[in-house]
Design a protein around this ligand. Structure first.
Ligand SMILES: Cc1cc2nc3c(=O)[nH]c(=O)nc-3n(C[C@H](O)[C@H](O)[C@H](O)COP(=O)(O)OP(=O)(O)OC[C@H]3O[C@@H](n4cnc5c(N)ncnc54)[C@H](O)[C@@H]3O)c2cc1C
Length: 392
């Protein structure tokens, strides 16, 4: 069976779903994307696309659209919460170039246009309530309709119905960390750098968006009080200002510009054991939800999309192609999720002498081997999934 004869349903018009829709439609598949929302839209927040994610957008012909709307990142600057610089990681030392900051809504626009232009059909108000794997997998919709296809791709995010169909219900656990996020106006004079301010039990990341006219903020705090795992729950900006009230004046200035802020609880989920079965495949957050500390959730979804399309376009029965897809993806995504799980404590050291020692070590490392600071991430950022043409 060639992809030309293959009817594919993709659940979810998010970052992964729209990307795989374009990748498969370009290879000749008949692709329909089912999205529960009434429109293709996005929460107001920024996103980092590192070179490994950018490589996929380039291979799909979307790089020019992205660079037109994104800010190319020059560096990541780690600072103490008093404002002192600990180390500046110069991104020009990365093995693979192309590190961008952009608004999520802009990325979704680019991907939706790209999917439509390749011939994929995007259908809104199509909430999937159940997925039934089988010889001809089926999805049931909230509006009572039932659809079947040769393949169903679950790109339905954190609370995936497709994941549940293949793996059962797996309860996540609260990490006792919460994150606020906001976008504020900016005056275009700031350097194109991410600033990470590290304090006891808290850190705040900020970077410019949209030509430097906006600034994205993600502020993380360790705390016992539970918060929902939702990207759309609003909070009072005063709560965020109070939580970071002892950070330096630069942070206070950024926080003073917030008029709307969202709060989300950070949960750990295991990487799915079964990524495919009975003509159903998982990708993106549906397969491997991650904490945000490596900023790789979207990039992993982009990588999945390329590899899934690449393997589906290869030889063998559907099950064998999907097994190759899982084989190429599971270990890498597990490694990134594990790295993200371990990252927060490094920013949050609260014991003074330990803090001092850690910061001194980072400062020293940055001074004697600045390229090594950046190159420690090459295993993530230098990985180009499009460079392996599936043996064909
Ligand atoms: C504040 C924030 C900052 C982030 N920053 C970064 C970053 O800098 N870099 C990075 O790489 N990642 C980042 N991430 C993570 C990244 O956004 C996610 O990992 C990524 O969006 C996952 O893509 P996805 O396509 O799997 O899921 P999503 O983008 O969540 O898309 C899922 C889609 O499925 C739809 N859907 C869900 N259920 C159903 C259903 N039953 N029926 C029909 N449709 C359904 C949803 O409406 C949605 O459109 C961030 C996340 C957050 C919240």
């Amino acid at each position: 069976m060639s992809l030309l004869d293959t009817k594919i349903l993709v659940i979810g018009a998010g970052i992964g779903g729209l990307t795989v829709a374009r990748a498969l439609a370009l290879r000749g598949a008949d692709v329909t994307v089912l999205e529960q929302a009434p429109e293709i839209s996005e929460v107001g927040a920024g996103l980092q696309v590192s070179p490994n994610g950018f490589a996929v957008l380039r291979a799909l012909g979307l790089d020019a659209a992205l660079t037109e709307r994104a800010v190319e990142a020059q560096a990541v600057c780690l600072r103490d919460y008093g404002g002192a610089r600990v180390v500046r990681i110069d991104l020009s030392h990365l093995e693979m170039r192309g590190y961008y900051f952009l608004h999520r809504a802009d990325l979704i626009d680019i991907l939706a246009d790209g999917a439509r232009a390749a011939g994929a059909k995007l259908r809104l108000l199509q909430k999937v309530v159940s997925v039934t794997p089988g010889d001809r997998p089926r999805v049931d919709l909230a509006n009572g309709a039932a659809l079947s296809a040769d393949l169903v791709i679950g790109a339905d995010g954190l609370k995936s119905t497709a994941r549940e169909a293949l793996n059962g219900v797996i309860a996540p656990f609260f990490t006792r960390q919460i994150a606020w996020r906001a976008v504020v106006p900016e005056d275009e004079t700031q350097p194109f750098e991410a600033q990470v301010f590290m304090g006891p039990h808290r850190h705040l990341v900020s970077y410019p968006l949209r030509g430097g006219r906006q600034r994205n903020i993600v502020a993380v705090q360790e705390r016992a009080a539970w918060a929902a795992e939702s990207w759309s729950q609003e909070d009072d900006p005063m709560a965020l200002r109070a939580a970071f009230g002892d950070f330096c004046p630069e942070v206070q200035d950024i926080l003073s510009r917030i008029d709307k802020v969202h709060l989300w609880g950070l949960f750990r989920h295991p990487v799915a054991t079964a990524w495919h079965g009975g003509g159903v495949a998982l990708m993106g957050d549906a397969a491997h939800p991650t904490l945000p500390f490596m900023a790789q959730g979207a990039c992993m979804a982009l990588e999945d999309a390329w590899v899934l399309a690449d393997e589906l376009d290869g030889p063998g029965a559907m099950d064998a192609r999907l097994a190759r897809y899982q084989g190429r993806r599971r270990d890498r995504t597990q490694r990134i999720v594990t790295a993200a799980n371990g990252n927060a404590w490094k920013y949050h050291l609260s014991f003074g002498p330990l803090r001092w020692a850690a910061h001194t070590a980072m400062r020293f490392g940055g001074a004697i081997a600045p390229d090594r600071m950046a190159r420690q991430f090459d295993w993530i950022y230098g990985h180009d999934v499009t460079a392996r043409p599936n043996g064909r």
